[in-house]
Write a protein that binds this ligand. Structure first.
Ligand code: ATP
Length: 306
C-alpha cells in the first residue's frame, strides 16, 4: 500500500467545565466530547523524495513544520525508531479542509490523529490505539481524543478519556463567523469568577441513557462561552438569532467561535441552515452536520501518559 486517505472528524463539546488550574499553567477540564460527521480528508502518500511535505486546499493551513500533521508524522517516525535519511521514501500529506480553521472544533488535532492512524497502517507499524494516543498527547491535549473518537468524557487536560454511550443522532447547524479565535487567548482571559453557563454532565449522561434529548439540551453548557462572547460580542447576536429561527439549543464549541444550533430532525436542520445562509454574511461558514458514534472499543477507559 502506497497511499491511504483517512477521514479526520471534527468535534464539539456538549459540556465543558474547568475545574482547576495546574502549576504548569494548564487548566483541568471535565468535558463531554462528541465527534461530528463534518470531516477533513487526510491523504498520506509514500513518495520518492525523502522528506515530509504538507499541502492543503485551504489557505490558512500551514504548509511546513508549523502544521501539526507534519509534526505528527515526525513524532510517529521518531517513536518507531525510523529516520527518513535511512529510508527510501518520504511522506506527502494532503489535507482537504472542511472543518473551520481556528473554530474550536479541533481541526488540527483531528488531522494529527489521522496522520498517526494512517501512517501506522501504511508503514505496518502495528502500534496500539493507546500507543498512538500517547504519541498524540505530545502534539496537543485534544489529539488523544481525536484518536479515541466517538463520545467520551475527557478529564485532566483532556487526556484522561472514558468512553460513554453516544446520544441519539443529533442534528446541528454550525455557524463560524469570518474570524478565528486563539484557544490560548480564551484560556488566558478565563477566570473562575466568570464560570457562567456551567454544564450538568450527569443530566446529559442521564439524558443520553434514557434517550431524553431535552435533558441533554438542559444539561449542556460551556464555561468558556462567556469569555469568548465577551471578547467577540457578535457571537451573542449569532446565538440569539439562531434561537429565534427555531434552534432547540445553541452552544459554542470549545473556545469558539463556532456556534452549534441543535435541532431534532435533519429537515429542521436543513431549514435552519438555509435561513442562516440567507441572513448571515457570505463570509460566514454555515454548514449542517450530525453527531456520529463509534462502538468498537466498547466501554473502556484509557489514559495517555503526559
Ligand atoms: P482547538 O479546537 O483544538 O482549539 P481549533 O479547531 O480552534 O483547535 P485549528 O483549526 O486546529 O484550531 O487551528 C489552530 C491553529 O493551528 C491555526 O491558526 C493554524 O494556523 C494552526 N494549524 C496547524 N496545523 C493545522 C492544521 N492541520 N489544520 C488547521 N490549522 C492548523
Amino acid at each position: 500500500m502506497q497511499q491511504i486517505t483517512v477521514p479526520a472528524y471534527g468535534k464539539i463539546n456538549l459540556t465543558l467545565d474547568i475545574t482547576g488550574k495546574r502549576e504548569d499553567g494548564y487548566h483541568e477540564l471535565v468535558t463531554l466530547m462528541q465527534q461530528v460527521e463534518l470531516h477533513d480528508d487526510v491523504r498520506i502518500r509514500l513518495s520518492p523524495k525523502k522528506r515530509i511535505s504538507v499541502l492543503s486546499d485551504h489557505e490558512s493551513v500551514p504548509r511546513d513544520a508549523a502544521n501539526i500533521a507534519y509534526r505528527a508524522a515526525q513524532e510517529l517516525l521518531c517513536f518507531a525508531g525510523l529516520d527518513l535519511t535511512g529510508l527510501n521514501y518520504g511522506i506527502d500529506i494532503f489535507i482537504a479542509k472542511r472543518i473551520p480553521v481556528e473554530g474550536g472544533m479541533a481541526g488540527g488535532s483531528a488531522n494529527a490523529a489521522a496522520v498517526l492512524k494512517g501512517l501506522n497502517r501504511l508503514l505496518n507499524l502495528n502500534l496500539s490505539t493507546e500507543e498512538l494516543m500517547r504519541i498524540g498527547l505530545r502534539l496537543g491535549a485534544d489529539v488523544p481524543y481525536c484518536i479515541f473518537g466517538g463520545t467520551a468524557v475527557a478529564r485532566g487536560i483532556g487526556e484522561i478519556l472514558t468512553r460513554v454511550p453516544s446520544p441519539p443522532t443529533m442534528w446541528m447547524v454550525l455557524v463560524k463567523p469570518d474570524f478565528g479565535v486563539s484557544t490560548a487567548l480564551v484560556y488566558k482571559n478565563f477566570s473562575f469568577h466568570e464560570r457562567l453557563c456551567r454544564p450538568d454532565l450527569d443530566l446529559v449522561l442521564n439524558g443520553i441513557e434514557r434517550g431524553e434529548i431535552v435533558d441533554i439540551y438542559r444539561g449542556m453548557g460551556n464555561v468558556l462561552e462567556s469569555v469568548t462572547l465577551r471578547l467577540y460580542p457578535v457571537l451573542q447576536d449569532i446565538k440569539r438569532r439562531l434561537a429565534d429561527w427555531g434552534a432547540e439549543a445553541v452552544l459554542m464549541s470549545g473556545s469558539g467561535p463556532t456556534v452549534c444550533a441543535f435541532t431534532r430532525s435533519p429537515e429542521l436542520a436543513k431549514d435552519l441552515c438555509a435561513t442562516a445562509q440567507r441572513n448571515f454574511p457570505a463570509s460566514y461558514r454555515v454548514v449542517t452536520t450530525n453527531t456520529i458514534s463509534v462502538g468498537e472499543e466498547g466501554n473502556i477507559s484509557a489514559r495517555a501518559e503526559y
